[in-house]
Design a protein around this ligand. Structure first.
Ligand code: PSU
Ligand code: MN
Length: 310
């Protein structure tokens, strides 16, 4: 059977399907960040370096995207390159899945849409630099990422450096608490903020022990919970950006975008690219660093999870 005939809708690469079937560690990733997160060719190099970091940690990388009317789980390097060079690749979050599949066009999955496919494929660990969450001013805009909703729906562990710096960390953590999604800092006290070490808020919990972490996840699920689990770990200190300066810049860029009428899914990419321009690309370097470090940690988590059985 070729990699593309396993099912109509889910095209799982042979390597990923075999690893899942054998209980070997697999780490899933989104593809929206490949298209919208970094400039070419840095986006391509970083995406492929994430795959290498996951392999070096002993797990199989599974990049997820939409292509030709299917969910592709375990995108080839060539397909990643295609996504990295497609201008205006549609950003696919949960609500967009059906329409973009029907269009048969390509789509970069956000964490939300990629989690739907990862769970369906039986992948238990997901890596991303910064999750989507509750935006500053959400009391008025109602802008809450679908990522948070999908964390409540799937038994997948997401390893991240907290929420993107454009988000309100306090409101994001409140939402996760309400929905019963555990947030555990691995060897860190503070809930990180993507390219800043700290969001200024603590992680609700911390553990320094990988086996205890894997056991916590298994027990969360064995107890009957159907949702996900967040593991956080910050960007390396030497690559991090100063949080006061970045938060001030983000407030300024969000206000500018709002004045220009930007809203909805365009908001996150818009603020991130404005901040990147204002920092002469320093956020791009930081983004690369944190994508690689969360990928490496996600592989460790996947290895520990597979030791702890399904
Ligand atoms: N990385 C970026 N820009 C992005 C994203 C990642 O540099 O836009 C995507 C991620 O896939 C994340 C999503 O899941 O943005 C969150 O967007 P929203 O707030 O619209 O749900
Ligand atoms: Mn949004």
């Amino acid at each position: 059977m070729s990699a593309h005939d396993r099912t109509e809708l889910f095209s799982i690469s042979d390597e990923v399907a075999d690893a899942v079937a054998s209980g070997l560690p697999v780490v899933a990733m989104e593809s929206s960040g490949v298209a919208h997160g970094l400039p070419y060719p840095m986006n391509l190099e970083t995406a492929l370096d994430m795959h290498k970091a996951i392999r070096a940690g002993g797990a199989v990388p599974a990049r997820i995207g939409l292509f030709g009317g299917r969910f592709v789980i375990g995108m080839s390097d060539a397909m990643v390159e295609r996504f990295a060079t497609t201008p205006d690749l549609p950003k696919v979050s949960t609500r967009d899945i059906g329409p973009v599949l029907a269009s048969k066009g390509p789509g970069g999955t956000t964490v939300s849409a990629a989690l739907v496919a990862a769970a369906r494929a039986g992948i238990e660990v997901f890596a991303v630099a910064g999750i989507g969450g509750v935006h500053f001013g959400a009391q008025h805009s109602f802008d809450v990422s679908a990522d948070l909703i999908e964390f409540t729906r799937h038994r997948v562990v997401t390893v991240c450096a907290g929420a993107k710096t454009v988000l309100d960390p306090a409101l994001t953590l409140e939402y996760l608490e309400t929905q019963g999604v555990p947030v555990v800092g691995y060897r860190c006290d503070d809930f990180p903020a993507y390219y800043c070490v700290s969001s200024g808020r603590p992680n609700p919990r911390r553990t320094d022990d990988m086996d205890e972490l894997a056991a916590s996840v298994r027990l969360h699920w064995e107890a009957g919970n159907r949702g996900g689990f967040l593991v956080t770990h910050p960007i390396a200190e030497q690559d991090a950006l100063p949080s006061e300066h970045i938060y001030a810049l983000i407030r300024e860029k969000q206000a500018e975008a709002e004045r220009e009428g930007v809203s909805g899914p365009a908001m996150t990419p818009r603020i991130l690219s404005a901040v990147s321009a204002a920092t002469q690309g320093r956020t791009a370097e930081a983004n690369r660093s944190v994508l690689l470090s969360t990928s490496a940690l996600a592989a460790e988590v996947a290895v520990a999870m597979s030791r702890h059985g399904a």
